[in-house]
Design a protein around this ligand. Structure first.
Ligand code: ADP
Ligand code: MG
Ligand code: ZN
Length: 621
C-alpha cells in the first residue's frame, strides 16, 4: 500500500471511529433518558396500584383452616366479642403468608393482627417496634393475657439475652412474640446470627414492623435505623412481613414497598375517619398571656378534670407554657426530648393515673401513648405536617367517646416550621397543612380524607367539625389591591437590599416600624393585623407570594417574596363571615375596594373558580 493510501485509510478509520463514538454517546444518552422514563413509569405504576386498593373482601372469610381457632382465641384468650373493621382480613392474609401493609387509625387495634396469628403459628414472630417503652407496655399487656413474649435490647442482662437466644432455637419455645428495636437489628450481630439460625430451623414465622412509615424519607417520621430492615425479604425468603401504621399517604406506601422490597404486598386500609373526634381551628392570639387565658378556660371549664395533651413545637415554648399553666393552678407538666428517660417515664405514668390533667409536649410525646380517655388534643402550634396533625390529634378519644382536636393557628408558627425544615421533604410536609388551616368552609374531615386519598362521604361527618357544626356563608374578596401593595413593599425593600420577614412586612404595610421600609402612597389597611396575616397566608398558599429561607448565625428565617402572579390575575379570597370577621368585611369593603360577592357553597374550592370567572364575565359585560 502506498503511503498516501495508507493515510487516506487512516483518516477514514478516524472518521468512522468518531462517528461510532458519537452514535454510542447518542444511544447512551437515549438509554439514560429511557431508564429515567422507565423509573418514572414504574413509580406511577406502583402508585396507581396502591391507589386502586385491592378488594379485600376475599380475605374476610371464615373458611380458612385456622378460622375456628382464631375465633376461639379472639373470645377466650383476648376476651373480645368480635373483630373490628379489617382485623379479620389482615389476619387471614398474613396467615396465608401474604406480605401485608395495614393502615389503621390509632386505637383501631393493630396489635391483635399479629398477636393472634403468633399463637396460631407457634414458634417465633419477630416484632420490630420503635421504642423500648412501647415494647415494655406490650409485654405487660401480653403477660396479663398469658401470652409468651420477650425482648432483647442493649439494657438486657446477660442471662436474659441467653434465655431469648435459647428460646429462638427451641422447638417448643415459650416466646411466641419477640420484640426488638430497629437499632438492635442494625447493631447486634449476635442477635442476627441467632435469627438466621431460627430461620434455618423454619421457626421464624413472621416479621412484623410497627410504625412502618418510619421507613420512608417522604413520611413525617423518618428513622434511619429502619433502613436496615430492607434486607429482611431477601435474607428470610418466604417469611411473611406485616407492616403496621396509622398514617401514610399513598406515596409513602409506595416508598415503603420499595424500601422493604414488598412489591406484591397486599395493602389493607381501614377507614381513616375517626367519627368521635371534633376537629376545630381557632386563631391563635398574638400574646402569650392570651394563649394562656384560652387554655386555662378550656382546662377549667369545658374540659374540667378531663385528661388531654397540649402539643407545642419547641422545647422552650413547651416548658414556658407548662409553667404558665401551672401558675394558674392547673396540674400540668411538660415533656420533651431533652428530659432523661426516668423523668419521661414518671411524667407519663402520672398522666396515665390522672395526677396531671394534661401534658404539654413536643412531638417527643408520641408513639406508644395508649390512654383511652384523652378528651382533647390541643395544638398550641401548627403541626409539622398533615400526617402529624392526623396522628397527634388521633391520640384523643381511643375509647370512642367524643373528644376535641383543636388547632391554634397563626401564620408565624407556620413560617417557623417551614424555615426550620431541614430537607425539601420536610419543607413540603410543613407547607401541606396551610390550605387545611386557611380553608373557610369545607368539612375538616373531607380535607383530611382528600390528603390521604381516602374515600369520603358527607355523612362521615355528623356535625363533628367546626365548619359542619356551624355552616356559614363564605364571602369572596378581591384582594388584588392588597397583593399589589404587598409586592410594592417587598420590591422597594429589596432595592434597599432588605428582605422582609412577616413581621417587617406587616409593620411596613401598617405604616409603622422602620421608616425606610414604608411607602407613604400605600394606604394603611384598616383590617386587623390578624386579618392581614390571613391574607398573606392565603397568597402564600396560592403561590402568589413565596417563602425565601435565609440563614443567620443562630437561626433560619423565613422571608416573604413575590411569587407567581400571572397577568390579569384576579385573586379572590374566600372569607367566612362569622362574628369576629364581620367587622373585617365592612373594613375591607371600605378600604381595599373589593368587588365583593357572597356565595353559598358546599365546596369552597370549586365555587372560588366559578366566582372568579363570573366576575370576569361581569367585567367584560
Ligand atoms: P393501635 O395499635 O391500632 O393503635 P391497639 O392495638 O393498641 O391499637 O388497640 C387499641 C385498643 O383496642 C386496645 O385497648 C385493644 O385492646 C382494643 N381492641 C383491639 N381489638 C379489639 C376488638 N376486636 N374488640 C374490642 N377491642 C379491641
Ligand atoms: Mg399500636
Ligand atoms: Zn365536618
Amino acid at each position: 500500500m502506498k503511503d498516501e493510501d495508507y493515510i487516506v485509510k487512516l483518516n477514514d478509520l478516524e472518521t468512522t471511529i468518531t462517528g461510532l463514538k458519537s452514535q454510542k454517546l447518542r444511544i447512551e444518552t437515549k438509554i439514560q433518558k429511557l431508564s429515567a422514563e422507565k423509573e418514572q413509569l414504574q413509580n406511577e405504576y406502583n402508585l396507581a396500584k396502591v391507589r386502586k386498593r385491592p378488594d379485600t373482601s376475599v380475605w374476610v372469610d371464615t373458611k380458612f383452616e385456622w378460622s375456628k381457632e382464631i375465633m376461639r382465641l379472639l373470645t377466650q384468650k383476648f376476651q373480645f366479642k368480635e373483630f373490628r373493621s379489617r382485623q379479620l382480613a389482615a389476619i387471614n392474609a398474613t396467615l396465608s403468608k401474604k406480605d401485608v401493609l395495614l393502615l389503621m387509625p390509632t386505637g383501631g387495634g393493630k396489635s391483635l393482627v399479629y398477636q393472634l396469628p403468633a399463637l396460631i403459628d407457634k414458634h417465633l414472630t419477630l416484632v420490630i417496634s420503635p421504642l423500648i417503652s412501647l415494647i415494655e407496655d406490650q409485654l405487660i399487656a401480653l403477660k396479663k393475657l398469658g401470652i409468651g413474649a420477650a425482648t432483647v435490647n442493649a439494657s438486657s442482662s446477660k442471662e436474659d439475652k441467653k434465655f431469648v437466644h435459647h428460646e429462638m432455637l427451641n422447638e417448643h419455645t415459650k416466646v411466641n412474640l419477640l420484640y426488638v428495636t430497629p437499632e438492635w437489628v442494625a447493631k447486634s450481630k449476635l442477635f442476627m446470627t441467632y435469627l438466621q439460625k431460627c430461620f434455618d430451623k423454619r421457626y421464624l414465622k413472621r416479621i412484623v414492623i410497627d410504625e412502618v412509615h418510619c421507613c420512608s424519607t417522604w413520611g413525617h417520621d423518618f428513622r434511619p435505623e429502619y433502613n436496615h430492615l430492607g434486607f429482611f425479604k431477601s435474607m428470610f425468603p418466604g417469611v411473611p412481613i406485616l407492616g403496621l401504621t396509622a398514617t401514610a399517604t399513598m406515596k409513602v406506601l409506595v416508598d415503603i414497598q420499595n424500601m422493604l422490597s414488598l412489591h406484591d404486598s397486599l395493602i389493607i386500609t381501614a377507614p381513616f375517619n375517626r367519627p368521635n373526634l371534633f376537629y376545630k381551628i381557632v386563631n391563635k392570639p398574638p400574646e402569650k398571656t392570651e394563649c394562656l387565658d384560652f387554655l386555662e378556660r378550656l382546662l377549667k371549664h369545658k374540659h374540667k378534670d378531663q385528661s388531654g395533651i397540649i402539643y407545642t413545637s419547641t422545647i422552650k415554648e413547651c416548658e414556658e407554657l407548662a409553667e404558665g399553666l401551672s401558675t394558674r393552678d392547673l396540674r400540668v407538666k411538660y415533656y420533651h426530648a431533652q428530659l432523661d428517660p426516668q423523668s419521661k417515664k414518671i411524667i407519663h405514668e402520672r398522666w396515665l393515673k390522672n395526677k396531671y390533667q394534661a401534658v404539654v409536649a413536643t412531638i417527643a410525646f408520641g408513639m406508644g401513648i395508649d390512654k383511652p380517655d384523652v378528651r382533647y388534643v390541643i395544638h398550641h402550634a401548627i403541626p409539622k405536617s398533615m400526617e402529624g396533625l392526623y396522628q397527634e390529634s388521633g391520640r384523643a378519644g381511643r375509647d370512642g367517646k367524643n373528644s376535641d382536636c383543636i388547632l391554634m393557628f397563626n401564620l408565624s408558627d407556620f413560617l417557623r416550621n417551614v424555615s426550620m425544615a431541614s430537607s425539601k421533604t420536610e419543607e413540603k410536609n410543613a407547607k401541606s397543612i396551610l390550605g387545611y388551616c386557611l380553608d373557610q368552609s369545607r368539612c375538616r374531615r373531607a380535607l383530611i380524607a382528600e390528603f390521604f386519598e381516602d374515600k369520603w362521604e358527607p355523612t362521615d361527618c355528623t356535625k363533628m367539625c367546626d365548619h359542619c357544626r356551624n355552616p356559614k356563608e363564605v364571602s369572596y374578596y378581591d384582594i388584588n389591591p392588597a397583593l399589589k401593595d404587598i409586592v410594592q413593599l417587598i420590591e422597594a425593600a429589596s432595592q434597599k437590599e432588605v428582605k422582609l420577614t412577616l413581621n417587617k412586612l406587616i409593620t411596613a404595610w401598617f405604616q409603622s416600624g422602620t421608616k425606610e421600609l414604608r411607602i407613604p402612597s400605600i394606604k394603611k389597611p384598616s383590617c386587623t393585623k390578624e386579618e392581614a396575616e390571613h391574607m398573606i397566608g392565603f397568597l402564600l398558599h396560592k403561590g402568589h407570594l413565596n417563602i425565601d429561607k435565609g440563614y443567620t448565625m443562630y437561626t433560619t428565617v423565613a422571608y416573604i417574596q413575590k411569587g407567581d402572579i400571572p397577568e390579569n390575575t384576579q385573586v379572590m379570597m374566600p372569607y367566612r363571615s362569622h362574628l369576629s370577621y364581620e367587622k373585617v368585611t365592612v373594613k375591607l369593603e371600605r378600604n381595599v375596594d373589593c368587588g365583593n360577592v357572597t356565595v353559598k357553597s358546599d365546596s369552597g374550592a370549586d365555587v372560588e373558580e366559578i366566582v372568579t370567572k363570573k366576575i370576569k364575565l361581569e367585567h367584560t359585560d
